[in-house]
Design a protein. Structure first.
Length: 265
């Protein structure tokens, strides 16, 4: 396992690969897409497995909710954290938002066609708050908000799809499901009681387990050929690619702000 600062990931992974070691590297996979591709190529040449620790994939609430996610039309994610004087060498996109980027890409099954984003530096030299809008070819839109200068902790992702609403609280490890019987609802428009009965609300049963322990166990099982492991290197690379595009959009927006002409009264 490689859990060094991100800037040291490439050297550590390539050293391990040269020694024929399978590697689980912490997210974000690397500081740049070029580094990620170099790491992936090194693992491929050595014939070893390279997986990425996008640990939220193993959050019991997301594991329980995942079978209910099918062709989402809109996804909304909020990830808020208290300020901590760590990981300030990277912005909030690489620090926090990349978790939700990976979840969204995994659920939608592809990378977005277009991205718009805005970010603000508050207590560090890098962006501490960011919002990104990802638009996919199938029409799905994902709105992601991340902050590391919040007064509360929040890790929640919501999925809106045909006849279904799913809310996953990754912090409390709970999931709520709302399903609508569309035909019954249409037939009951004039009857509020019958219309309410067409909407079914319930809790998704969530299992036990610590995400990190579940991820490590999956990594080891995959090396024995006993199932899927952690996020494959390709998924780590794709999340990184989207994160870089979010960063580029933030920088472009910042440049527009700082170059706006002053108003002379």
């Amino acid at each position: 396992t490689v859990a060094t600062p991100t800037v040291a990931h490439r050297a550590a992974v390539e050293r391990a690969a040269s020694r024929k070691r399978h590697v689980l590297v912490e997210k974000p996979m690397a500081t740049t897409l070029e580094e990620a591709e170099s790491m992936r190529a090194a693992a491929a040449r050595a014939g070893v497995s390279l997986q990425v620790g996008h640990v939220e994939r193993f959050n019991p609430a997301l594991i329980a909710a995942r079978p209910h996610v099918s062709r989402p039309k809109f996804i909304e994610a909020h990830r808020l954290a208290l300020f901590q004087p760590r990981s300030l060498d990277i912005d909030v996109v690489f620090d926090l938002m990349i978790h939700d980027i990976d979840i969204v890409l995994n659920c939608v099954g592809t990378v977005p066609d277009s991205i718009s984003a805005v970010g603000v530096a508050v207590l560090s030299e890098n962006e501490d708050i960011a919002n990104a809008r990802l638009e996919f070819a199938d029409g799905c839109v994902a709105n992601l908000t991340a902050s590391r200068v919040s007064q509360e902790r929040l890790r929640r992702i919501r999925f809106f799809q045909s006849d279904t609403y799913l809310s996953v609280d990754l912090f409390a490890r709970e999931a709520d499901l709302l399903r609508v019987d569309a035909a019954r609802l249409r037939e009951s428009r004039s009857d509020p009681v019958a219309a309410a009965a067409a909407i079914r609300r319930g809790k998704v049963e969530v299992g036990e387990g610590e995400p990190l322990a579940l991820e490590l166990a999956a990594f080891l099982r995959s090396l024995r050929g006993e199932g899927a492991g952690a996020a494959p290197a390709e998924a780590g690379r794709d999340a990184l690619r989207v994160a870089e595009r979010v960063q580029a959009e933030m920088k472009q927006r910042t440049r527009r702000w700082t170059t706006r002409p002053s108003v002379v009264s």
